[in-house]
Ligand binder design. Structure first.
Ligand SMILES: [Zn+2]
Ligand SMILES: [Zn+2]
Length: 353
């Protein structure tokens, strides 16, 4: 698998495949969500229709009568229905489908990754249904994707209560049944680290999950000694498997910039190494977390790592190569990166106790 996105689209995509591919490439290029929504919405509108109806509506010019289909998406649908490659698709393929890293850096390590441990759906603050996240991960060649929607305390991100999480687990079971055995959507959470280092979900629910990413999302400016105690306590929780975006910094992007939290990185990473908790290399371009000096410190202290997309949209699942580029530059051996491991080894490692 290379950094060039390889969601397969034949020479003549179906209307739904053309719309999904355009949306994927826009998301991968970090285009504004509202632009992408038109394509995702139109794909959802056309999906339940039979081929005959799509062809008939394209011929009659009535595609735009469908809710969610506008003038530009109708053009894409009509071209694909006529058996042509839509112009818009050809353009985004040309402009946006190239490698995400200079000189294809990180692609060798990317090829060794079997999955992704951190992703969001529209159950919390992601933009797409979990089925679409799973389908795209499968198309990218992943063996597994851990769905890690937010925990209750993160209300701005519609964090899941224990009840909603329980419902989500049933939906994940149904999706896996439908997808068959080659790919698994794993049950996870991005659980908030509370001020005292406890995790923001019930023990019963944490027990039912395959894997848990624990992250700080509140009081990022807490004083250094208190933040260190908080993070070390979280790493010692028996359910914590991955320490998400440890510094919380933002280096670029629409949300502005934010300095890293103040904490004793050596103490936190020593706890991670001792507890077998993986330090996340967060691939989001605006995070690049941990910063290089901390990444090298965690490497020298013998930590495990996970390279995660933290995708909030399907196309962002392709961000992994950006984290791989940084891990490669730091000389981190693939076997210390837990998402190079086969699914069963990963799940056994993540089991508490
Ligand atoms: Zn987070
Ligand atoms: Zn996240």
């Amino acid at each position: 698998m290379s950094g060039v996105s390889e969601v397969p689209v034949g020479p003549v995509p179906t209307p739904v495949a053309a719309l999904r591919r355009i949306a994927f490439l826009l998301e991968r290029a970090r285009e504004d969500t509202y632009k992408v929504k038109a394509y995702r919405g139109a794909a959802a509108a056309v999906l339940p229709l039979g081929d005959d109806e799509v062809v008939r509506r394209a011929a009659e010019g009535t595609l735009t009568d469908l809710p969610g289909v506008g003038a530009s998406t109708a053009k894409v649908i009509a071209a694909a229905a006529r058996g042509e490659v839509p112009d818009r698709l050809a353009r985004v393929e040309e402009e946006l489908a190239g490698p995400l890293t200079a000189d294809r850096a990180g692609e060798e390590l990317r090829a060794a990754l079997r999955g992704d441990l951190h992703s969001h759906s529209d159950w919390s603050d992601g933009g797409s249904p979990l089925e679409e996240m799973a389908m795209t991960a499968l198309e990218l060649g992943h063996e597994y994707l851990v769905l890690t929607d937010h925990s209750p305390r993160l209300k701005v991100a519609r964090g899941l209560s224990a009840e909603r999480l329980a419902k989500q687990l049933d939906v994940i079971d149904a999706v896996n049944e439908h997808l068959g055995g080659g790919f698994t959507l794993l049950k996870g959470i991005e659980v908030d680290i509370l001020d005292d280092g406890r995790l923001d979900q019930t023990t019963a629910m944490l027990d039912r999950l395959d894997l848990r990413v624990a992250s700080v999302h509140s009081k990022l400016r807490m004083d250094g000694a208190a933040m260190t105690r908080r993070m070390v306590a979280a790493v010692h929780q028996p359910h914590t498997n991955v320490l998400g975006h440890c510094t919380g910094r933002l280096v670029t992007g629409g949300r502005g910039t934010r300095p890293p939290s103040d904490f004793d990185a050596r103490a936190v990473f020593e706890a991670c190494a001792e507890q077998g908790v993986a330090v996340e290399i967060n691939s989001r371009p605006e995070r690049r977390d941990p910063p290089t000096a901390l990444l090298e410190l965690a490497r020298d202290l013998g930590c495990l790592f996970s390279i995660d997309s933290d995708a909030h949209a399907p196309g962002q699942l392709d961000f992994l190569v950006l984290g791989c580029e940084r891990a490669e530059a730091a000389g981190i051996e693939p076997d210390r990166i837990v998402n190079t491991w086969p699914r069963d080894r990963l799940i056994a490692w993540a089991r508490p106790g």
